[in-house]
Design a protein around this ligand. Structure first.
Ligand SMILES: [Zn+2]
Length: 566
């Protein structure tokens, strides 16, 4: 039973008013008795993940920081008449959960129309699109997202098939957001009539010189984005805010945003000014091969952009794509002859861009799915070095050979992984990911346990909108390596399962280390940021299967309750 009612303070005593914005980072216990909390939770079970005090029953917040952690009496002792006391009976508090890889703003733009994640058959897809068609005019472009490649296994990605399913013009975003399928009518409107050249390895896929409708990677998508139904800035702000609120309702207190632009900063500034930013966000600037050196230099000048709950200082680069389309960069070609090229046609320029950003104090983050891509990123980081306190990151690393894996810990590079991306694998190996990699490389899939055991920093995330952002689902996949709630499902690489504690660490301490925020977050300790997630039960002790239904009691960000169960 989760109760989070307001309590009356037990002790009312005079306090020395706190200087606004005072940073309570050291010797917090000495301050007890002098500075009163503005909010506190008592009667809870607190799993602090702080070795200095692993458990407690209460926590007090002040000015966005944790003022004190202790038993109820200790916390009552730093409360006064102005302290809002919350009854945490039946609640287990853990450090605020962080999705270490997400695209919440991009998702708000791409995830328009009907969500096709649940479509298992072509008939499901037809029904989903028909509902969307009914809501729009016959000539309008219908949008869908989250679709699995397997829906087109028999025909290949074909815009004509999509047109028939959608009853007219449509654009479908595949689940990984690396591939898009446009109907002939959409291509016609956008003036796409044959192969085109891009500054990166994006592609208008053609058969006999005629576009099939498959648009590979984002620059190809951008060729048609201009003819899609428009969305106003107000709409965009509303969608983003609503979206971030949904994330907070799953217990997330923060996310690492992987696709920022200067406009992202403008949007966040606007949301924050309106009081509609419920999550803490670390936003990376997306550096694309098509950008000139001058444009990249302009991005570097934005290093110190920040608001109250968000900051920049991170550069994001893609060095490859995805296994399923042969765009992941592999040491050896995949079974269909793909996987031989980097996303940056000139990987040496990628390395130079990394060095420029690293030299200006940025943290660099590289999307690297294939083994060759991971090696390229690690080499670029080793050559570039990093500013004090900065650790670069590799995202995904879906098939790590031993030699590459060992480099993460040895070279201080963060390994950011998304075990819940295994949900598209089939037990019989018939999925495109497994078929393309073949038995040897697919057997070293998402080596979470090996990376943890190597001593490297592991951060876990969803890559939303690729997979759902719910951290309970992410932790469940990390622990089970099979579909949660289906005990008979095949466990993929059972030796790679993570413990409940390691899975939680991936969403808390690991995520904090991944952005260099370990002094400030990842544990419930005096002086840390007041970001806390409350569950109805211990998320480490419940089974991986039970995690999905584990109620989120409350989410506290910067000392404010941004979500509370009814
Ligand atoms: Zn991503």
């Amino acid at each position: 039973m989760v109760r989070l009612a307001m309590l009356r303070p037990k002790s009312i005593w005079s306090t020395v008013p706190c200087v606004k914005g005072e940073r309570i980072a050291t010797a917090p216990q000495a301050r007890v008795g002098r500075v009163a909390a503005d909010r506190a939770i008592v009667g809870a079970r607190v799993l602090t993940l702080d070795p200095a005090r692993p458990s407690a029953t209460a926590v007090a917040f002040r000015d966005g920081r944790i003022l004190a952690v202790g038993d109820d009496d200790e916390i009552h002792a730093c409360s006064d008449a102005r302290t809002e006391l919350l009854d945490g009976t039946g609640t287990v508090l853990v450090p605020g959960l962080v999705d270490a890889h997400a695209h919440p703003l991009w998702a708000a733009g791409l995830a328009r129309g009907v969500d096709c994640h649940s479509c298992r058959t072509r008939q499901d897809l037809r029904r989903a699109l028909a509902g969307e068609r009914a809501r729009s005019g016959p000539g309008d472009i219908v949008l869908g997202w989250g679709a699995d490649y397997a829906l087109f296994d028999d025909t290949g990605l074909d815009g004509g098939v999509l047109e028939e399913l959608a009853g007219g013009p449509a654009l479908l975003t595949l689940f990984d957001c690396h591939t898009y399928l446009a109907t002939p009518g959409v291509l016609e409107r956008a003036g796409v009539r044959g192969p085109e050249r891009f500054a990166d390895n994006s592609q208008i896929v053609c058969r006999d010189g005629v576009p099939t409708g498959e648009l590979r990677e984002f620059a190809a998508y951008e060729r048609v984005s201009g003819v899609l139904p428009a969305s106003s800035r107000e709409d965009a702000l509303d969608r983003i805010a609503a979206h971030l609120e949904r994330m907070a309702a799953t217990g997330l207190t923060a996310a690492h945003v992987m696709d920022g632009s200067p406009d992202t900063f403008a949007l966040l500034r606007e949301l924050e000014a309106r009081g509609r930013l419920p999550l803490r966000l670390v936003v990376s600037l997306w550096c694309k091969p098509a950008m000139s050196d001058g444009e990249l230099a302009a991005l570097r000048r934005l290093r110190d952009e920040r608001g109250t709950l968000w900051r920049g200082g991170v550069a994001k680069l893609f060095i490859d794509g995805v296994v399923e389309t042969g765009t992941a960069w592999l040491e050896e070609p995949d079974t269909r002859g793909g996987g031989t090229a980097a996303f940056w046609p000139d990987p040496a320029r990628y390395a130079r861009v990394v060095a420029d950003f690293a030299g200006d104090g940025f943290q660099c983050v590289t999307h690297a799915v294939g083994d060759r891509a991971v090696r390229c990123a690690l080499d670029a980081y080793a050559a570039a070095g990093a500013a004090p306190g900065v650790r670069h990151r590799v995202e995904h690393g879906e098939t790590l050979p031993d030699g590459h894996l060992r480099r993460f810990a040895a070279e201080g590079v963060v390994c950011s992984m998304q075990p819940l991306h295994m949900q598209w694998r089939q037990a019989d190996g018939s999925d495109e990911w497994t078929r393309r990699l073949g038995p040897e490389r697919s057997a070293r899939a998402w080596r979470t346990r090996d990376v943890v055991d190597s001593g490297a920093i592991v951060a876990l995330g969803s890559d939303w909108p690729i997979a759902h952002f719910d951290p309970r689902e992410g932790m469940a996949w990390a622990r089970l390596r099979r579909r949660p709630g289906d005990p008979d499902a095949l466990v993929f690489e059972p030796d790679q399962v993570l413990s409940g504690r390691a899975a939680l660490a991936g969403y808390t301490t690991g995520a904090a280390l991944a952005t260099g925020d370990e002094a400030d977050s990842g544990r419930i300790a005096p002086g840390a940021r007041a970001d806390v997630t409350g569950f109805a039960e211990d998320p480490i002790a419940v089974s991986g299967d039970a995690l999905l239904d584990l109620p989120v009691a409350l989410t506290v960000v910067d000392g404010r309750v941004v979500h509370q169960a009814q």
